[in-house]
Design a protein around this ligand. Structure first.
Ligand SMILES: *Cc1c(COP(=O)(O)O)cnc(C)c1O
Length: 462
């Protein structure tokens, strides 16, 4: 199993090297050369298995033998022990044919833990056997940063730097990043928005001298191993509702297109997915692209679902690569055009995308109204991101069961939830003392040279 770049001009890598690298050297994203498929019998055989066993069977064909079965089973077991629900990704019912997949029972209360806890164990294993160390730099709109810190804190052979947009994450998200005391954790509050943070991260990766000098590794959702980890819960939940004998639909609140792209991979592997629905907040570049074919950047407008406040949707590049018949030079040209703010998807490619994905958006008012409605009708307390999903899912209900992904615990976004419901959601007891802990954070300018110097200095000091 080889991994190739979406821009067609980087070395082919193994699963392990693609994971440790993150971004390809031509600026593209790694994807498997071919997507392995599972037969109907193999999918049916997942019924009743633990999440961990399902994870093993679904992910193993992508590894190309870089870990033994025993090694990989151990990695998976360690990754999911910190989750506070035995099902890991339990379903609750919202309506006659509508279910919610709760992805917030991990250590930082957002779905990012599913991938990040696994990738933390994978890195630890690989670095130890290679005798290497790496510097992880991540950009976050809030939840990736805390999930990465939680997965990598305290490791000797890893330094983790997290860039987050100053003043644009919730108090709890910030506290989760700034209160860990481990010396290898570095929280950086940058002047700018999430797209600025992500752009600086890409600049660091494109500076090969710096990249190789500090052994830069990326754990943003562009990292293939993260996408792969997220494929698992599409299988586990679909099978529990009757797949492969019955088609299942999914609605995914998305910004960077990572989580929904994992659903797309599940479908390519053979899971009978009926509708795959993109749900965006008011920062709706993906919905507009599906409607018009024009991918046009507008400014980011801060919303009550901040983890989706994104205009440059990195993982969409992977979908484009397939929609253009895996033509890397065509994708490279689109990404070049995007430097000037927009590109237009060809008719052939937009037809392919529309065959695979439906889309919708929720305004701020609609998101608030959905939190209230879901609570009144079902007693379920939704975080604003999940509410965006439920609102769009309701517009796409049909014959097949609909599963909406609940991406974060409501207590991570207490202000919006309180405003909608009149009551403030409580943090789980194990996190209740976090708000009183002292914070450790460095305010940084939106300046590449400054950031590179700071990272080198911090590593040298360890
Ligand atoms: C990251 C995140 C999203 C968006 O996920 P993508 O994979 O970037 O599309 C949605 N909701 C929450 C709570 C998140 O943390």
């Amino acid at each position: 199993m080889k991994y190739i770049s979406t821009r067609g001009n980087a070395p082919e890598l193994t699963f392990e090297d693609a994971m440790l690298t993150g971004l390809a050297r031509d600026g593209g994203l790694y994807v498997p050369e071919t997507v392995p498929t599972m037969s109907k019998e193999e999918i049916a055989a997942l019924a009743g298995l633990s999440y961990e066993e399902t994870a093993f069977r679904v992910m193993k064909p992508f590894l190309g033998g870089v870990f033994s079965d025993e090694e990989f089973k151990g990695i998976i077991a360690r990754a999911y022990t910190g989750f506070r629900h035995d099902a890991r990704a339990p379903l609750v019912q919202l309506g006659p044919n509508h279910f919610l997949m709760e992805l917030f029972h991990g250590p930082t209360l957002a779905f990012k833990d599913f991938a990040m806890q696994l990738i933390g164990q994978l890195f630890q294993f690989s670095l130890a056997r290679r005798g290497e160390r790496v510097t992880i730099v991540g950009a976050t709109s809030g939840d990736t940063g805390s999930a990465a810190i939680e997965a990598f804190r305290g490791l000797d052979n890893v330094d983790v730097f997290i860039l987050f947009p100053h003043g644009r994450v919730s108090d709890i998200q910030r506290k989760q990043m700034t209160t860990p005391e481990d010396a290898n954790v570095h929280a950086l509050a940058m002047d700018g928005d999430f797209d600025d943070c992500q752009a600086k991260l890409k600049d660091m990766f494109n500076d090969f001298e710096f990249r190789d000098g500090v052994k830069l590794a990326g754990v943003n959702s562009i990292n293939w191993a993260r996408v792969l980890a997220q494929v698992v819960y599409y299988f586990s939940t679909a099978v529990s509702l009757g797949a492969p004998d019955r088609k299942i639909s999914f609605t995914v609140p998305t910004g960077n297109f990572g989580d929904i792209f994992a659903g797309y991979i599940a479908k390519k592997m053979g899971l009978p997915i009926d509708k795959l629905v993109i749900a965006t907040n008011q920062n709706d570049i993906l919905h507009r692209t599906m409607e018009t074919g024009a991918y046009t950047k507008e400014g980011v407008t801060p919303s009550i679902s901040p983890s989706m406040d994104i205009q440059v949707s990195s993982n969409f590049e992977r979908a484009l690569f397939d929609a253009y018949g895996r033509d890397g030079s065509a994708v490279a040209q689109l990404m070049d055009e995007l430097q000037d703010g927009s590109f237009t998807v060809s008719q052939g490619a937009i037809d392919v995308l529309r065959d695979t994905f439906a889309s919708g958006r929720a305004s701020e008012e609609e998101t608030m109204a959905e939190i209230t409605a879901a609570f009144t009708q079902t007693g379920e307390v939704l975080c604003p991101h999940s509410a965006v999903g439920v609102k769009v899912a309701n517009e796409n209900l049909g014959d097949s069961p609909m599963i909406t992904l609940a991406t974060a615990h409501p207590a991570k976004f207490p202000d919006a939830v309180e405003q909608a419901m009149g009551a403030r959601p409580d943090l789980p007891p194990h996190m209740a003392d976090m708000m009183d802990k002292p914070e450790r954070v460095t305010r940084v300018p939106n300046d590449l040279e400054h950031l590179k110097a700071l990272i080198k200095e911090r590593i040298a000091a360890r």
